[in-house]
Design a protein around this ligand. Structure first.
Ligand code: CA
Ligand code: CA
Ligand code: CA
Length: 459
């Protein structure tokens, strides 16, 4: 068992190291390659083994400015480069709802660039740490725990690595996940998140620049914070192969509070029915485990799968999203697929505020598009469909998305006139799923650096 742990730990850090190097190579700006890689090397030398990590997603390319391509939907320039939105029928879903800022999603990850041009308006603010205190000072910066929740000035969330309110993302993973879920729409910048209207509570459990932090303990603390502070969805694009009773009980406490927990299936290339991955595989009713698809709708070779443990699939290869310093880039992995599903949950909750988490989960899993190739990979045999998971709830609209009476058809057409009728009509017919330049970038990229982690032996 000890050697297993050691092998796993080294493999994790080797993967992390490669992911870090890829990021350094791809991203300029606030990161210095030498400095960043030396910290990671130092971590390796110290055998700083941890058992929860963000997954070793790979940056495949980076764009400073996204192409300005026409869209009848919104003025966000990168909309037509996002294949995952098109394959999930996002545009038609947005003609029904774009979410609500009343819905709080906790993103437990590597932090976020809270000032990112495409995210800043969708960051959660703690009502107990905003406004003026009795002395006229700003509660967000007065160094007082105004809402008496145990955290000083936790205005947007908390950094459990350094135990402060600084949420800076020193990796990029958390910022990328946040953008997929909730980048702003119609602001003339960047991309559109699945739920472009949402409040993102930022809980940081991992920082590549901080040695010797316990990622599992930080994860558990973050889950309890999310429960206490009113999140209705938790997005966890990470995990590990080690079972933790404390973590199980934290997710169970979220279940008791009615919080949906959307978790990455993991990038171990393995069958999760045999080789478990946590928290995705805890047997709790509030968890949705998500695996990743490529544009041809095949599960990625790097993604975990399992007809008992992995619930459904969503886009996860070469996903364009936000990165720190108001930049954008592509990442690949189940980390990217997970916020697609969290975003779907936001849209459903916005449309049906009375729904319980069980209703939301049921609709996501039962309304996806069924594919035979997913039958051997997922419990539902389905991929996410954002439009169907909303329309099935409406009278007169079948799960297929086909109108069954003329009244709903009229209503639908009037909505579509306003927002555009979906990508197929909005985008020029000759437009590739990716923009031309970005397609070239994707061709040159080599995202398959994920095979460095050894599978654990059966126990
Ligand atoms: Ca506080
Ligand atoms: Ca305060
Ligand atoms: Ca945008």
């Amino acid at each position: 068992m000890q050697s297993l742990k050691l092998t796993f730990g080294i493999a994790v850090f080797f993967s992390l190291f490669l992911g870090g190097l890829a990021l350094i190579y791809s991203v300029d700006g606030q990161w210095e390659a030498g400095e960043f890689s030396s910290v990671l090397k130092s971590n390796l030398n110290k055998k700083n083994l941890t058992n929860r990590n963000f997954e070793p997603s790979v940056v495949t390319s980076k764009v400073n400015e996204v192409e300005n391509e026409p869209s009848a939907l919104f003025n966000d320039p990168a909309i037509s480069q996002a294949w995952g939105l098109k394959k999930s029928d996002a545009a038609r879903a947005w003609s029904i709802t774009k979410g609500s800022r009343d819905i709080v999603v906790a993103i437990i990850d590597t932090g976020i660039d809270v000032k990112h041009e495409d995210l800043k308006n969708n960051i959660w603010t703690n009502p107990g740490e905003t406004g003026k205190d009795k002395n006229g000072r700003d509660k967000a910066t007065n160094r007082i725990d105004d809402d008496d929740n145990g955290f000083v000035d936790d205005v947007n969330g908390w950094n459990f690595v350094s135990n402060n309110n600084k949420l800076d993302d020193n990796h990029g993973h958390g910022t990328h996940v946040a953008g997929i879920l909730g980048a702003e729409a119609g602001n003339g910048k960047g991309i559109i998140g699945i739920a472009p209207e949402v409040s993102l509570m930022i809980l940081k459990y991992y920082d590549p620049l901080v040695n010797n932090s316990d990622n599992l303990k930080n994860t558990i603390k973050a889950i309890h914070y999310a429960i206490k502070m009113g999140a209705v969805i938790i997005n966890y694009s990470g995990g590990g192969t080690e079972y933790s009773q404390d973590e199980f009980e934290a997710v169970q406490a979220a279940e008791k509070k009615g919080i949906l927990f959307v978790a990455a299936a993991g990038n171990e290339r393995s069958n999760s029915d045999q080789f478990h991955y946590y928290p995705a595989d805890y047997k709790l009713s509030n968890i949705i485990s998500v695996t990743a698809l490529d544009p041809s709708l095949e599960v990625l070779a790097s993604s975990n799968y399992g007809i008992e443990t992995v619930d459904l699939a969503a886009p996860g290869q070469n996903i364009l999203s936000t990165l720190p310093a108001s930049t954008y880039g592509f990442l690949t992995g189940t980390s990217q697929a997970t916020p697609f599903v969290s975003g779907a949950a936001v849209l459903i909750m916005a449309k049906k505020p009375g729904f319980k988490y069980t209703d939301v989960k049921k609709h996501i899993l039962s309304t996806g598009d069924a594919f035979t190739n997913l039958a051997s990979k997922t419990r539902s045999s389905r991929k996410l469909n954002l439009y169907k998971c909303l329309t099935v709830l409406d009278e007169g609209v079948a799960a297929s998305g086909i109108m069954t009476n003329s009244a709903s058809e009229q209503k639908f057409n009037s909505v579509n006139t306003h927002y555009g009728a979906g990508f197929d009509k909005a985008a020029p017919s000759n437009l590739a799923p990716f923009g031309k330049n970005l397609m070239e970038a994707v061709k040159k990229s080599k995202p398959e650096k994920l095979g460095t982690k050894t599978k654990p032996d059966p126990l």
